[in-house]
Design a binder for this molecule. Sequence first.
Ligand code: RB5
Length: 146
Amino acid sequence: MKVAIASDHGGIRIRQEIKQLMEEMGIEYIDLGCACEGSVDYPDYALPVAEKVASGEVDRGILICGTGIGMSIAANKVKGVRCALVHDVYSARLTREHNDSNVLAMGERVIGPGLAREIAKVWLTTEFEGGRHANRINKIHQYEQN
Ligand code: RB5
C-alpha cells in the first residue's frame, strides 16, 4: 500500500505522528507538505492528495488540519474520493468496512496524537466488507458519472 499524506499548519504534529506510524508499519508514503512557515490554505494540500488517490498513483490519502473539516470538504470534491472525517476508533473501522473510504481526515485541535495514531492504524489495516456496501458505493460512483 502507498499513502499520500498532507496537513496545513494546524495539523503538523499529527502528520509527524502518522508518518512515524507508517514507518513502523512498513507502509510506503509520500509527504505533500505543508512546510508551513506560517498560515497556509487547506485546499492546496487536500486537493493534490485527493487527486493522487483518484488517479491511482497512491492507494490511500491522509489529511490533517485544525478540525479536519476543511480537508474533508475539499477532498470529497474530487471524483472517486471517499474522504471520512474520523475522531474515534469505531468510526475508523466502520468507514473502511462499510464506506471503503480511501482518504482519512483528522483534526489536530480536536484529538491528540495518541488517538490519531490508533485511528490511523485501524483505518490502514481494516478491509472493505463489500457485499451490500459495494452496491451503495456504486450508487455514489454512478452519481459522479452524471
Ligand atoms: C486553519 O486555521 C483552520 O481553519 C484549518 O486548519 C481547518 O480547521 C479548516 O477546516
